[in-house]
Design a protein around this ligand. Structure first.
Ligand SMILES: Cc1cc2nc3c(=O)[nH]c(=O)nc-3n(C[C@H](O)[C@H](O)[C@H](O)COP(=O)(O)OP(=O)(O)OC[C@H]3O[C@@H](n4cnc5c(N)ncnc54)[C@H](O)[C@@H]3O)c2cc1C
Length: 344
């Protein structure tokens, strides 16, 4: 029942903090979200917005063992999108590249029991407007979806507000009265409050955005780069810079991403673009920490690495269940912060 749950403060207004806030408010908690950073100050606003269980498992070794969990998280999205007004695009994702690389990817797909469609070039160009004439065949999976991260953050915040969540720009500096959810991304600011945060490591990422001269289309995955359409832009990403925790933009990172953009979409050669940087937080096993900390009254929603958007509804479900006693779903133990403690 609404308005009878505990008071919960959430530190962090990225996708994980906002998602936990909404789930907790809907479960009857009085929720206040605190974050001193404005919009665009976090990894969530920088992200490409891919909900990509298939290509993450294919391309990222650390994600591969978690395919089932990633697919489950994606399957929570249609209901979550309906609750929040977030628009999902389910056109799918294409791999383009030389025959040898596509052959390797095909085998990895098959090994994971995912069946990509092999498309001729014209069909690939039909799904990804503007794609270079030099692209040969492509592999298509419909398992991967996408959203516009910046638009979706605004929608999440508004959905929270409508459910009674309040927001403040005051940082959380220490443990205060009531329950605390730490959703501070890669920031070490609350490391003294929850010992589990010490396992997080930062991975900085740069991404460039073009005002795309066309609307929509499938995500395109190429060797070393991807192109993800957004509401009114095309994002080309992204660098993986392990160990770097600052989100300052390094303009030197733009050139290779712009070159990749021009290679995939000739109309983007020389077109103006903006570069952004964000910091992902990674755990040793590639899955987030979602659930109770050993610190009493403290809960964690951090460490989603490359998949914070994909995993957000799942993390929110697990954290809300840990606080309100609801159903955490069948993957909660895989996300339990205690799994990485000494002796676990
Ligand atoms: C270039 C790039 C591309 C990406 N693309 C994708 C993608 O396509 N799909 C996908 O699923 N994921 C993607 N990711 C990963 C995704 O962005 C992250 O996993 C996700 O945004 C993490 O969200 P978060 O809420 O944990 O952290 P963040 O978004 O970083 O938010 C943390 C917030 O905590 C606040 N904070 C810190 N300390 C305090 C404090 N003491 N008190 C209050 N607030 C505090 C910060 O100001 C910040 O706003 C990408 C990441 C990058 C960098």
């Amino acid at each position: 029942m609404r308005d009878q749950g505990p008071d919960v403060t959430i530190a962090g207004a990225g996708v994980l903090g906002l998602s936990c806030a909404l789930a907790l408010a809907e479960a009857g908690c009085r929720v206040s979200v605190r974050d001193p950073g404005g919009p665009g100050a976090n990894a969530s606003g920088v992200a490409a917005g891919m909900l990509a269980p298939a290509f993450e498992a294919i391309l990222d070794e650390q994600a591969r063992p978690h395919l089932g969990l990633l697919l489950h998280a994606r399957d929570l999205w249609p209901a979550w999108a309906q609750r929040t007004g977030i628009e999902l695009d389910r056109s799918g994702a294409l791999a383009v590249g030389d025959d040898q690389w596509l052959g390797e990817l095909f085998n990895r797909f098959v090994a994971l029991d995912l069946r990509p469609a092999e498309l001729p070039a014209a069909a690939a160009r039909g799904l990804a407007p503007g794609l270079s004439e030099s692209v040969g065949g492509a592999l298509l999976t419909r398992e991967d979806w996408r959203l516009d991260a910046r638009v979706a953050l605004t929608a999440l915040r508004a959905a929270g507000e409508a459910a009674g969540v309040t927001y403040s720009a005051e940082p959380v500096k220490a443990r205060e009265a009531g329950l605390l959810v730490i959703a501070t991304g890669a920031s070490p600011s609350l490391g003294d409050v929850a010992p589990e945060l010490s396992c997080l490591s930062p991975i900085k990422g740069h991404i460039v955005r073009f005002a795309a001269p066309w609307a929509g289309g499938a995500v395109v995955r190429a060797r070393g780069a991807y192109a993800a359409p957004g509401h009114d832009s095309l994002s080309i990403g992204a660098t993986m810079e392990p160990g770097l925790a600052d989100s300052a933009v390094d303009p030197g990172k733009a050139a290779p991403l712009r070159a990749a953009a021009g290679g995939l979409f000739p109309a983007l050669t020389g077109a103006p673009s903006e570069i952004f940087a964000g910091v992902r937080a990674a755990t040793p096993d590639g899955l987030p920490l979602a659930g109770a900390s050993t610190a009493p009254g403290v809960f964690l929603a951090v460490g989603a690495r490359r998949n914070g958007w994909l995993l957000a509804p799942l993390v929110a479900q697990v954290v809300a269940a840990a606080i309100t006693g609801g159903d955490p779903g069948r993957f909660a133990s895989r996300l339990d912060p205690a799994r990485l403690s000494e002796g676990a």
